[in-house]
Structures are given as C-alpha cells and as structure tokens.
Design a protein around this ligand. Structure first.
Ligand SMILES: [Fe+2]
Length: 283
C-alpha cells in the first residue's frame, strides 16, 4: 500500500488502488456512464482535507511565481487572427481572458500535487473511468499538473483544452461567480462542428450545463471535445484549482504559440514537437 497516497486521497471511501474491489468497480461504472453521456464526472470529497490544505499552502507560497495573462483568445486558445476564415467564424471570435497558472516546472520536488500526479494508481483509475487504455501523463513540462489561479474579475472564456482529459480539484472557491459551464461532446475527432460552437459563442444556452464543484471534489473531464468556460470571479476571494491532465499521445506538448500566450514562456520542446495533430482538431 502506498503510504503517502492514503494521506492524499480518501482511499477508505474510494479504494482506487484496487480496481477489482466492488466499491471501485461501481465507482468506475458511474464515472464512465457520466463521462460517456455528459463528458464530465464528479467524485465528492475525493481529496482529504489535510492534503487540500497542503496544496493550498504550496500554491500560496509560490503565488508570486504565477503567470497571469490577459490576452484575448478564441475557443482554440489562439490569440492570433487567421484572416482566411469568415469574419464571424469561431476561429475569429476572441473573448476577454484573465487567468493565471503556476506552471508545473516551478513545483517543488516534494510537492503534494506533483506526487499525486505521478502515481500509477491515479493514472490507472482515470484510464478505467474514461474507458481508454493506455492513457498517459502529459509530456508538456509547463502544463501537465499546473495550479490554476483566477483572481477577482478573472474570467476564462469558451474554449477547448489541448489535452484530452483534465482532472480538476477545487482548492478554494471564490465568494461568488467562477462557475464552470460546459457543452458536452460538441466536437469529436475529424469534426469541429463550427456551427454549433458558433451558436454557443453567440449566447445560445441550449447545450450549456453548469457544474458545482466543492473543495476536495475531483472532476474528470473530456476537455478536448467539450467547449467550456469559467464565469467571472466576483468578490475578493480568488479561485484556486489543481488541474492535472492526461493525454492519448505521450509525445505531444502544447504549440509554441499556445504555450507563450497561456503559460508565459516557450521551451525548446514546444518547438521540437510542433507538428500537426492526428485528430484533425484545432488547438
Ligand atoms: Fe480548459
């Protein structure tokens, strides 16, 4: 048994280290059903309060190293105008963004979040929940297990993630606002579904769902195929979220443009691995 893991995850309630136990089999079944239907599933009180406190402290201790960006982006996390598309095309619709990350390369060696991300037990559990094996930890050294910070007035507009599966662990909720909204399965490999994306950007709420996430809850989410956003942070309290992510391709990283705009820097690996994606989707 992994001693440190049991101080982080509530393994008594969720024995994820044992995928053959009846409890875990039931949990995996529930998560998989929800992910198939809604592209999103939540497990309440997954992280123990003491560990949550450690994550909050490690973030606050490095809060000055957080990269805050205010660059407007399109739903494909791009800030550059592509004039070859019609003026009202989703790729040419840019929205206000104010959001920050503590990049994964800045985490202390012994970090609670980093440790959790590196555990096979978690990887295998998520793999079972999404019903795909193998999945991999993300090779992007900045984005793989970042902390997300949204300060007062922070906002994250409609977008798709560049990784396939994102976990979200709420560390600190804002006073008001900062609500996660999503449109399940709006695009799939080979089909961008621009018409439907455009409707959502224009304010159509038909596909939009909201998710309530409490501190300690774990959300598993198919971010690459699900348009999502976080509404504006109201009040004085920042919103803190841990966002470890998993991918289908163990080699790929963010594009240089994406890395620069969102994480504030570009590393050699982003240039070296900048080739077209095999799923035909933009990012
Ligand atoms: Fe996202």
């Amino acid at each position: 048994m992994n001693n440190r893991l049991e101080t982080i995850i509530n393994l008594t309630r969720y024995p994820i280290q044992d995928l053959n136990s009846t409890i875990t089999k039931e949990l995996v079944k529930k998560c998989k059903n929800e992910l198939d239907q809604f592209s999103c599933s939540t497990i309440p009180n997954f992280i123990l309060p003491k560990s949550l406190k450690i994550m909050n402290t490690e973030l606050e201790q490095q809060i000055d190293e957080v990269y805050m960006s205010k660059e407007s982006i399109n739903p494909y996390l791009n800030s550059k105008e592509e004039k070859s598309f019609e003026k009202d095309h989703p790729k040419r619709i840019f929205s206000k963004r104010y959001n920050g990350y503590l990049n994964s390369d800045l985490f202390e060696k012994n970090s609670e979040m980093k440790f959790l991300y590196e555990q096979e037990e978690l990887l295998k559990f998520v793999s079972a929940c999404v019903g795909i094996s193998p999945i991999y930890r993300w090779a992007d050294p900045l984005a793989c297990h970042a902390y997300n910070i949204m300060k007062p007035d922070g906002i994250l507009p409609w977008h798709f993630d560049s990784c396939e599966f994102t976990l979200s662990i709420m560390l600190q909720k804002p006073d008001k606002g900062g609500i996660f909204e999503y449109c399940p399965n709006i695009r799939e490999p080979g089909n961008e579904n621009f018409d439907e994306v455009k409707k959502v950007l224009d304010g159509n709420r038909k596909r939009v769902q909201q998710l309530k996430l409490e501190p300690g809850d774990l959300q598993i989410f198919k971010g690459r195929f699900t348009l999502h956003r976080v509404t504006k942070i109201e009040g004085n309290r920042s919103r803190y979220l841990a966002i470890p992510a998993y991918v289908l391709d163990p080699w790929r990283v963010n594009t240089p443009e994406h890395s620069r705009a969102i994480y504030g820097k570009v590393l050699p690996i982003h240039h070296e691995r900048n080739i077209k994606r095999s799923d035909g989707l933009a990012d």
